[in-house]
Design a protein around this ligand. Sequence first.
Ligand code: SAH
Ligand code: SF4
Length: 354
Amino acid sequence: MPSFIKAGDIIQSKIDICSLYDEEISELILKLDEPKFRANQVIKWIRSGINSFEDMKNVPLSLRQKLSEKCYIAGVTVAKKLVSKIDGTVKYLYKLFDGEYIESVLMKYEHGYTVCVSTQVGCRMGCKFCASGLNGLTRSLTASEILAQIIFAGKDNGVRVSNVVMMGMGEPLDNFDNCVRFLKLVGDQNGLGIGYRHISLSTSGVVSGIYKLSELNLPITLSISLHAPTDEIRNKTMPVNKKWNIDTLLTACKDYQKVTTRRISFEYALIEGVNDSPECAKILAQKLKGIMCHVNLIPANPVAENSFKKPDISKIRDFRDMLTKLGVNATIRRTLGSDINASCGQLRKREGVL
Ligand code: SAH
Ligand code: SF4
């Protein structure tokens, strides 16, 4: 098994059909000597989140057989489902076709349902406060596996998912091609039809990926996991900072904004005694000068393997007020799913640790 599976890759000598664009599926159908109209039927089924070619009711058996010889459907199956008693947030542990596990979260907000998707099995970025990277990276997800998380959650709850955040396990810009393919597929009108403006992509600061993304100029929201105002602090908690330091990262953000004219979100997990001082707020406000942005303050969520704690709520409010006073838009993010370990940085790849 290759550690990086790409869309359309032949796995077990089969094609990952759900990662193909409509025109690629049409090409495939023509290559199978089938009439063109069959392509539209197959596309509709593929986008609806079927688990087997047998489910393609109006497609003749002969074509279904040809498809299942050549292709496979990379769906997800639920290994565990937990529903928060506090706010109804649903966390899924999904099993993938090769026996790996990922987690995903469905959240209800006033404006609709949001799914937080994983983009990799594990993560190699190694941020000290996060559960997702504790055991490194196993493999990247295909576009179809990212899509399947949303389709399943929507169907399972009988709801339309209107927003997607790429904020689960994994670093999206370390899985660039599959994530871009996912972004292009998620808006498909035969499928989920979720527009770019309803999608956020979060990165720990993979600067090369930010530049590649800006070339595509997609109107998604870019979120940057900053979490520290100085290199001294960030080097200690986020190894990625040793490759691309804060100034390099913020220059990339400015360049990104010049191209896309989109507001950037900065995530800042407040950790007691690490990055929560008034001095930190002041330096942060200075650093963000000149960037049209919003800061999401996240009270650090508990992860059993580390000793980081969130500050008292009064300290968190002081930090927000200081940023506001210094002209930076900042809000404190509401924690959802705290009773089921479904909050930021708590998603994992292993069964049995729930
Ligand atoms: N890998 C990407 C996408 C994951 S998003 C990224 O890091 O941006 C998950 C968000 O939760 C990120 O902002 C991450 O930094 C944050 N996070 C990780 N561990 C956390 C914790 N223990 N408490 C609060 N936020 C955390
Ligand atoms: Fe990976 Fe993001 Fe967790 Fe860092 S915070 S280890 S980049 S998932």
